[in-house]
Design a protein around this ligand. Structure first.
Ligand code: HEM
Length: 497
């Protein structure tokens, strides 16, 4: 009977609590700066994650505690070049990914993005990398497709002259998209990425309402809380998922699945496409693996490029950045029309600064410290600890490298002094062997569209928009305007010199 006495149970719980506190206090992470509570619990971090504020919370901690900060008993965030290099670059592709990436499996398959360890990743990357190389993106079959879609986007926008357009969600005037309203940056990104994945079986969401619905399914993911719960507590998620679905829908993309499964069943995609590479018999990939890869890249290529363009165009439309827009227009309009998009230095600086201030994936990319532990930026971190860097902070915290970090200032990218330091901290596409494979494609899409828009138009913010509408809101991995809209006006430059 004595075994079940409440006093004994109390003593047992007390001893358990004391040993937990002891383990926390003895942790090598006690030496890493950070809020005291983070040594004992991850609940504060989780609270901010569920409220879609993780990135800003960690950034505030960096501003308070410095470039290395403990954010949970088993988690440390870094914002220094040394930290980034060690975590993402050591041994080529850095440390292994954490189970967080299990959330990104597609059709039950691991894609390149969701492979956790180096070996599996390297094997898949050997198949895919060729089609994302700059030389392949710049081939006319690929680039002409981007140019065609960019012209299509601008033509659609031209219809709004004298009125306003929502470049983000494109609800149109009645609240429902009609054929006349198909012109969001996400439609453009969708059509470009699906062109690169499996042309001629890609989407035409700038002209076709049915394809636009597919884009919406993939892009506007509001399953953050649902997916976080399934990650942290799969058991509880199984019990409450039906109730949770009323507030935070699970992620389902049947229309996109149809598009991809149908495209990957075709045997004649153009040679520059990713699908043609994956269908090479040497690689022995099953159709479901190819479909999973394509779905993944589609998701990776829509929100990122769409949001990056959206935040950037919004910024250069502000009265405070009018001089930037003017200089960009001058550079584009005075250049020989045959000038390649990557030979315009001010355009390059504007895009880099846009990605610095508004990285489409602003949040931390978690990795495990390998067995045996590592010293990262001067701190010993035991094996199994989750470590990460987030672009939002690496782009801001070190003010010797990025003075006045909150100011949108493309000129900083044109200075020789500090060039290397800026590049070491530029993390919008991450870095190392697991950095963004779609980087060249994304830059080609962004620059092509900016040339087409700003050679013909000026953009201005619409009066109903507030700063709050364009605050960055965390999703599972990317970010979007909190107001889910970006209304702007286009003014023709015709007649101006
Ligand atoms: C402005 C646009 C883009 C940005 C800012 C961006 C950013 C990133 C970042 C930060 C990562 C690393 C994620 C992590 O480690 O968790 C990543 C990975 C990746 N991105 Fe992008 N991305 C962009 C566009 C694209 C496009 C257009 C595609 C493809 C069509 C793409 C495909 C991928 C893939 C497949 C990976 C996984 C790479 C690997 O694990 O080796 N991205 N991207």
């Amino acid at each position: 009977m004595i075994l079940f006495s409440p006093a004994l149970a109390g003593c047992f719980l007390l001893a358990l609590a004391a040993s937990y506190v002891w383990v926390c206090l003895a942790s090598p992470l006690r030496k890493v700066p950070g809020p005291r509570l983070s040594l004992f619990t991850s609940w504060v971090l989780k609270w901010h994650e569920f409220r879609a504020h993780r990135t800003q919370y960690i950034h505030r901690l960096h501003l308070r505690y410095g470039p290395a900060v403990r954010i949970a008993p088993n988690e440390v965030a870094f914002a220094s070049a040394e930290g980034v290099k060690e975590i993402y670059g050591s041994g080529g592709s850095g440390y292994d990914k954490t189970e967080f990436y299990n959330l990104f499996q597609v059709y039950g398959r691991r894609t390149m993005f969701s492979t956790l360890n180096k070996q599996d990743h390297a094997k898949r990357k050997r198949v895919l990398a060729d089609r994302y190389a700059n030389t392949n993106v710049l081939r006319s079959a690929s680039l002409d497709g981007i140019k065609e879609r960019s012209k299509r986007f601008v033509d659609r926008c031209s219809k709004s002259l004298g009125g306003s357009i929502d470049l983000f969600i494109c609800k149109g005037y009645s609240g429902f998209p009609t054929t006349n309203d198909l012109r969001s940056l996400h439609d453009y990104a969708f059509d470009c990425v699906s062109h690169h994945l499996f042309h001629p079986y890609g989407s035409d969401s700038l002209r076709n309402e049915e394809d636009e619905k597919i884009m919406r399914q993939v892009a506007f993911d509001d399953s953050l809380q649902n997916r976080l719960l399934s990650y942290y507590n799969p058991g509880l998620h199984a019990v409450v998922k039906n109730i949770l679905a009323l507030f935070s829908k699970p992620r389902e993309t049947p229309l996109a699945d149809n598009l991809v499964l149908s495209a990957t069943s075709k045997s004649d995609p153009l040679e520059f496409t990713l699908l043609s590479r994956m269908q090479d018999k040497n690689y022995d990939l099953e159709q479901l693996d190819m479909a999973a890869e394509c779905t993944d890249h589609m998701a990776a290529g829509i929100d990122t490029t769409g949001d990056a363009l959206c935040f950037l165009m919004w910024e250069i439309s502000q009265p405070r950045s009018v001089h930037v827009q003017k200089r960009l227009q001058e550079e584009i309009r005075s250049a020989d029309p045959a000038t390649p998009f990557d030979k315009l230095p001010y355009l390059d600086a504007v895009v880099m600064e846009g990605l610095r201030c508004f990285p489409a994936i602003p949040m931390s990319l978690p990795r495990y410290v390998p067995a045996g532990g590592r010293t990262i930026d001067g701190y010993y971190v035991p094996g199994g600890t989750i470590v990460s860097a987030q672009a939002y902070s690496t782009h801001r915290v070190d003010q010797r490298v990025f003075p006045e970090p909150e100011r949108f200032n493309p000129d900083r990218w044109l200075q020789d002094a500090g060039d290397l330091d800026r590049k070491r901290l530029f993390f919008a596409f991450a870095s190392g062997g697991r950095g963004c494979i779609g980087k060249h494609l994304a830059l080609a899409e962004m620059k092509t569209l900016l040339i087409d828009v700003y050679s013909r138009y000026s953009t201005q913010p619409e009066e109903s928009m507030t700063d709050g509408d364009m605050e960055m809101s965390d999703q599972l991995i990317s970010s979007q305007p909190r107001g889910q809209k970006c209304w702007m006006k286009l003014v023709s430059l015709e007649g101006t010199s």
